[in-house]
Design a protein around this ligand. Structure first.
Ligand code: TRP
Length: 333
């Protein structure tokens, strides 16, 4: 165990295109770390059902979409195992065992659950929705993950996973691994509207799949300092969305841009062009990789099938240990 390569487990619900917020919040970390860790990336389709439980005709399409985004962003299927949650039944078995010793009150007080319940207008939460952090703890621990790179909103869930693992190891035999959380460099990227965080449902996103023209247009229409009418008016970068994005996507020029803006020496049009240039520079190699998969969609099927098969083996092995630890291996001795 001690000389095995450290593992990562992380993933997303397949609910639409990934955007720049996902990239800087977590995806960039996953791409970087796949060289040093054995990486497992879960496409959490069952978790998606916790808010979209009616038969979802888009689920299959969204699974392909997110896998394409992952590969375009630079996840390498030889280094990162991408798999589908519903196809690993052991995860659901482990969820049930965890649910026996997880308190309903602890789940009710989970801040992310509270925020999401309010967002979805849930007055009464379903058992599945309230319990999805338990299922997420199973996702993580069945792979004995050491590290979970995620966005900031997921931190309470990883904390719960740590608690559940500790409890399990304490109650039975210490076979599970307590995971660490890793939040990206930019835990919360603001949206193009300058108000809330970038989110598909708020219609304020730049998607990884956006074309050059789309990026240029979105940045052209992005909110800047409303007090600045003429190019020579002194600007206030602290209220400007474009400046916020320069901080993230163009850190090399940030001091110059700030100074020139305050002195009224750089106009918003020029400033926006610089930014779209930088964002397109980041997205260009992704566009190239995406093209390859769009012209060979069968590669996506293959990657998902292979990934799920590999992930299944790992989950299966952990579950054998879990059942033994719990004394549930009646006829297997
Ligand atoms: N809750 C995550 C999200 O909404 C998705 C997810 C499911 C996940 N299982 C996970 C993330 C395990 C990290 C680890 O995006």
């Amino acid at each position: 165990m001690s000389n095995r390569k450290k593992r990562i487990l992380t993933g997303d619900r397949p609910t639409g295109n990934l955007h720049l917020g996902h990239y800087v919040g977590s995806l960039a970390n996953r791409v970087k770390l796949q060289n040093d860790y054995e990486s497992y990336i879960i496409i959490a389709d069952v978790q998606a059902l916790t808010t979209h439980w009616e038969k979802d005709d888009y689920l299959a399409r969204d699974i392909y979409q997110i896998t394409t985004d992952y590969l375009a962003a630079g996840l390498d299927p030889d280094l990162s195992t991408i798999f589908i949650q519903s196809m690993i039944p052991e995860i659901h078995e482990l969820t049930i065992y965890y649910s026996m010793f997880t308190s309903v009150n602890v789940l009710r007080h989970n801040p992310t659950i509270k925020t999401e319940a309010a967002q979805h207008g849930f007055k009464d939460m379903t058992y599945g929705f309230l319990g999805y952090p338990v299922s997420q703890a199973a996702d993580i621990s069945i792979f004995k993950a050491d590290l979970v790179p995620v966005g900031e909103d997921q931190v309470p869930h990883i904390e719960l996973a740590r608690k559940i693992v500790r409890r399990f190891n304490d109650l039975y035999t210490p076979v599970l691994v307590e995971p660490e959380v890793l939040v990206g460099d930019v835990p919360r990227l603001i949206g193009l509207d300058g108000k809330s965080k970038m989110s598909k449902s708020l219609n304020n996103s730049i998607f990884l799949s956006d074309s050059k023209d789309e990026v240029n247009k979105k940045i052209r229409n992005a909110l800047t300092d409303p007090a600045r009418i003429h190019k020579t008016d002194p600007g206030h970068p602290e209220v400007c969305t474009v400046y916020e994005y320069h901080k993230v996507f163009n850190p090399g020029e940030i001091e110059e841009i700030e100074a020139d803006c305050r002195k009224g020496q750089i106009g918003c049009v020029t400033c926006k062009k610089k930014l779209s240039g930088k964002i397109n520079e980041l997205l260009d190699p992704m566009r190239e990789r995406r093209q390859k998969y769009l012209s060979h969609p069968e590669l996506i099927t293959e990657i998902l099938m292979e990934g799920t098969k590999k992930a299944h083996k790992v989950a299966d092995a952990t579950m054998a240990e879990v059942r033994e630890a719990m004394g549930l291996n009646y006829f297997r001795k």
